[in-house]
Ligand binder design. Sequence first.
Ligand code: HEM
Length: 391
Amino acid sequence: MSVVYNPYVFETQHNPYPVYARLRDEEPVYYNPDLDFWALSRYADVLAAHKDPVTFDNGHGVTLEGGEAGQDLLITKDPPVHDWHRKVVSRVFTPRRVNGLEPFMRAECARLLDPYVGSSGFDVVEQFSIQLPLAVIGELLGIPESQRQEVHHLADRLFTRGDDGTVSEDAATAMLEMGLLLYGIVVDRRDHLGDDVISLLISSEVTDDDGNGWYLTDEELATRVLELAFAGHETVARLVANGVVALSWYPDQRAELAADPGLLPNAVEEMLRWDAPSHYQGRWTTTDVTLHDTTIPADSRVVLITGAANHDERVYADPELFDLHRKIDTTVSFGYGVHFCLGASLARLETRVAFDEFLHRFPEYGIDESGVERMRSSNVRGLAKLPITLP
Ligand code: HEM
């Protein structure tokens, strides 16, 4: 029987890895006629597509449904316009600014986790993995504390898709509400500039290749902030929870990590590989592409399945196993090339700190399987609820 890959089907979202193995082996250039999309699943093919943004463009959106096409986001811009705008945002994500957040991250971990020391358990997603990145991105961007929960609830509503991938009316409303909320913050910030990213974006000039410069309008600033707020909190939240699951499946490695925080950087890379939170990247072909004797016509939706590439045995030995000592020389977990994740170093630091602080307090825990819930999303892979039990 030929393989069927439909990222909207809940069983596939629950455990996509057997389908991915078949895609890589049997149909590395897969076509789904019902949903009219193509999928690349081998690491080498995914990487090559990332390296060729002219043939595989982002302008038609980066999800299967492509709903973000035409929105004023970095991720949906193609070079050269993309590069002019990306330069401005990269300028404010300096290593100094990112590393300077570590004390704030540790204080937030203490605030979030200390109340559960000595307790019988808590929900890792709701009480910790969502809250930490929300506070961090809020602090970095300059979203007032009183509005951070609202950002989170709106983001949750926004990402939810129906079984057929359609954007619900509620998700569309949430998008509008989010835009308005952030627009309000931007307008207010113009009168109270500070040292936060919103203030820096307000006062940064965008310049094109001919040296012409201009400032972003309030609407443009609001969408830039929206993109960063989203990207900066949903993915880290899911990565941390996916990592908590991984370590519960491998208690020996959990004990090793708790005893030696020096292993954390590599463990985070393995968490990103083992269960990638940003699970596929959508593209659009601008010309015919022939790969493995199959031609993907121009103007086709293609998904680059990061989660499948990360489990490609052609690159990673025993890919289904979690191994915190695994040597990872190459990764597409944060994308690659012109759209490489702007927040990768922030995400890595945040996840290291999260596990350092978490395992320091809770070196042993179990998972209450009856309360685990997976979020419904075709491209963000992670849990909505992860209750843990403490000894
Ligand atoms: C574990 C956490 C994260 C993961 C797995 C992740 C993953 C990714 C991936 C795969 C891409 C490339 C998308 C594509 O090529 O279509 C990307 C782009 C991006 N990420 Fe992240 N990300 C994470 C955290 C963050 C954080 C913390 C921020 C910001 C604070 C951020 C901001 C962005 C932005 C702005 C882009 C678009 C860059 C561009 O188009 O030039 N991400 N991310």
